[in-house]
Design a protein around this ligand. Structure first.
Ligand SMILES: Nc1ncnc2c1ncn2[C@@H]1O[C@H](COP(=O)(O)OP(=O)(O)OP(=O)(O)O)[C@@H](O)[C@H]1O
Length: 256
């Protein structure tokens, strides 16, 4: 589905992502883990077109997408979630889905605004799609509620719905279970499994180790911008380099 070849991103002299070779297989759940500051979010920003790599190559289903901006990546089937703080708190869930879809698939706010005529025409299709993805994530009953009035866990489901509304093939989930309790985390893990069952390819950054070990088909471990290991959950949990470099961080991460 996606292949990174020596993907590198420097910020000044700091190599946040350093020559990472990595691939995401179709239909699998792939996880990226690593201590704070390891480069996970930067890597996500690279593979979703939010950052341009300093060097290296990115291929989506064999097509070179190295320089493609995020809205082009969204159109080509790559969607990523953002933290729930990026939702419009005062707007309803369904309005967030409709506007969010526009913002993610146009080159900028003006692109979304200028299209207003066509937007009207497409509105019923948009609403239909929004209701469909809300049903998928189990949040249909919240469609007309302001985002600010729904639970943190429900907001996380809406953030996933927002990504699904762009009809992606590959969904990138950035810490989907941060800040929610164990029961809610297990509900969210079920939703991620459901995404896989529906044929989606999922890549996930998450600090909650137990969730990752239960969900992921494969895991990549980053440390200081470099890939230090890759393998199945069983392989990763026994990998000496990972245990040495990362376990302290994982331990810390499990606490929240
Ligand atoms: N826009 C930026 N400008 C400058 N430096 C950046 C930028 N984004 C990230 N970095 C740096 O790149 C490194 C990797 O950060 P990144 O956020 O990708 O790590 P992370 O693994 O996602 O961490 P966390 O688990 O804390 O979210 C850090 O040293 C960070 O300070």
């Amino acid at each position: 589905m996606l292949k990174a070849e020596k993907l590198t991103k420097s910020f000044g002299g700091n190599k946040a992502v350093n020559e990472v070779d990595f691939h995401i297989r179709k239909g699998e759940i792939t996880a990226i883990i690593g201590p704070n500051g390891a480069g996970k979010t930067t890597f996500f920003n690279l593979i979703s077109g939010f950052h341009q790599p300093t060097s290296g190559r990115l291929l989506l289903e064999g097509v070179d997408v190295t320089k493609k901006p995020s809205y082009r990546m969204a159109k080509m089937g790559v969607a990523r979630t953002f933290q729930t703080t990026k939702l419009f708190a005062e707007a309803t869930v369904i309005d967030n889905l409709i506007v969010g879809h526009r913002l993610r698939t146009k080159s900028g706010l003006m692109g979304a605004v200028i299209q207003s005529k066509r937007y009207k025409r497409d509105e019923s299709a948009c609403i239909e799609k929004a209701l469909q993805v809300l049903d998928f994530v189990g949040a249909s009953d919240l469609a007309y509620r302001p985002v600010a009035s729904i639970s943190q866990e429900a907001q996380k489901r809406v953030a996933i719905a927002l990504a699904l509304a762009t009809n992606p093939k590959l969904v990138l989930l950035d810490e989907p279970a941060a800040g929610i309790n164990a029961d809610e985390t297990s509900g969210l893990a079920d939703l991620i499994k459901k995404m896989k069952q529906a044929g989606l390819t999922v890549c996930i950054i998450e600090h909650k180790m137990q969730m990752i070990m239960n969900l992921a088909d494969r895991i990549m471990v980053l440390n200081q911008g470099t890939k230090i290991a890759e393998g199945t959950p069983a392989e990763i949990s026994q990998n000496e380099t990972v245990i040495e470099a990362y376990l302290g961080g994982a331990h810390h991460a499990q606490a929240h």
